[in-house]
Write a protein that binds this ligand. Structure first.
Ligand code: TXA
Ligand code: MG
Length: 342
């Protein structure tokens, strides 16, 4: 008789448990498996260059409803529809202006979401009943392979619970959503680290609704200087709540390293557990979390550091944002919103 290498626990005495039972795991690196799950109406968390998304078939009201339920997201907060190529503009949009094609050609795949009129192809539930739709082609090889294989649009918000910090690794998704997701496609840490830039193209001139992975300077170069900033204005995206993107710890934003160091020392002196975020010299009695160099390094590390602060049980995060140029604009915006949540 063959030697038994694996004894399955609970197997009848003397019975060999080989081969071992397949481990039912939702974690995979196989984009085809992710695409099959989407086709079956399931929820798939997938990597993008910005943050991980929680995706469902954009043409299925039932699948889309599961996204809102899993996230605890209000039903009137629209989702971005992701596609494998710029064909999404015709398939899910309507009357997209010429500038949409210009931007798509220059920046897709990439961290830019274009807001255009909604076409009949996308389920209204995905856009929270709005007659506009946010479209994006993400720059991640596994996401693109999954989308190409699936062949339809994938409606996806960031794969965190509503109001929390966006996930930039598969482990973050597991921590936040666990069993609420059917498949997690693991594509490693997100390279950009903050969400896509959202540009509204439904009005007479483009309006920036959310700063993100494509810097405002790059947009202005492509479409001229008439990109208005509307992040805080009346045209802002629903769901761009002031109190958003927040860790459990209270967040404070300081203008420079000296002010942050003073505040951190004062918090520590009264017994608070303090995490200092940014390029700040060590403050005794506090933990310093330093991002990689430059605004892009800060963006990439931002959400990981906020989660790290929570993991270490920080009561207060004292942060110094990078200068507000390039990706620094998005980092400063997220820190300001995180601070507003406290
Ligand atoms: O980088 C990203 O954009 C990531 C990845 C997964 O693609 N997605 C993401 O989705 O950040 P979410 O749902 O967390 O944020 C999308 C924002 C929300 O504030 C939503 O209100 C806004 O985009 N949005 C989406 N469609 C919209 C629409 N039709 N009109 C106005 N705002 C819209
Ligand atoms: Mg989000």
């Amino acid at each position: 008789m063959r030697a038994c290498l694996f004894v399955r626990s609970g197997a009848p005495a003397g019975r060999c448990g080989y081969p071992p039972p397949a481990m039912p795991t939702r974690l995979t690196t196989d984009p085809d498996r992710a695409a099959r799950a989407l086709a079956a109406g399931r929820l798939v968390a997938f990597p993008t260059e910005t943050v991980y998304g929680l995706g469902a078939d954009a043409e299925s009201a039932r699948a889309v409803a599961r996204v809102f339920a899993a996230k605890g997201r209000p039903a009137d907060h629209p989702l971005i529809v992701h596609g494998a190529d710029a064909g999404v503009l015709e398939r899910y949009g309507r009357d997209a202006p010429g500038v949409a094609r210009t931007l798509a050609d220059a920046l897709w795949p990439g961290p830019l979401t274009l807001l255009v009129r909604r076409g009949p192809g996308v389920d209204p539930a995905a856009t929270g009943g709005r007659d506009t739709v946010g479209l994006r082609v993400p720059a991640h090889p596994l996401a693109l392979a999954m989308l190409a294989r699936f062949g339809r649009g994938v409606a996806a918000p960031s794969a965190n619970r509503f109001g929390r910090t966006s996930p930039t690794t598969a482990a973050h998704v597991e921590d936040d959503l666990g069993d609420a997701v059917d498949v997690v496609l693991d594509g490693g840490p997100s390279a950009v680290g903050v969400e896509s830039t959202i540009l509204d193209l439904t009005g007479p001139a483009p309006v920036l609704l959310r700063s993100g992975g494509v810097p405002l300077e790059a947009l202005r170069e492509l479409v001229g200087a008439d990109v208005r900033r509307g992040e805080g204005g009346p045209a802002r995206a629903p769901g761009m709540l002031e109190a958003h993107y927040a860790p459990r710890a209270r967040v404070e934003v300081h203008a420079d390293a000296a002010a942050a160091a003073r505040a951190a020392a004062a918090h520590a002196a009264r017994g608070a557990r303090v995490a200092v975020l940014g390029h700040v010299p060590d403050v005794p009695g506090t933990v310093t979390l330093r991002p990689a160099d430059g605004a892009a390094g800060y963006a990439r590390d931002l959400y990981r550091m906020l989660r790290e602060a929570d993991r270490r049980g920080a009561d207060v995060v004292v942060a110094v944002p990078p200068p507000p140029a390039g990706l620094g604009l998005a980092v400063a915006d997220r820190l300001r919103r995180a601070a507003a949540a406290g």
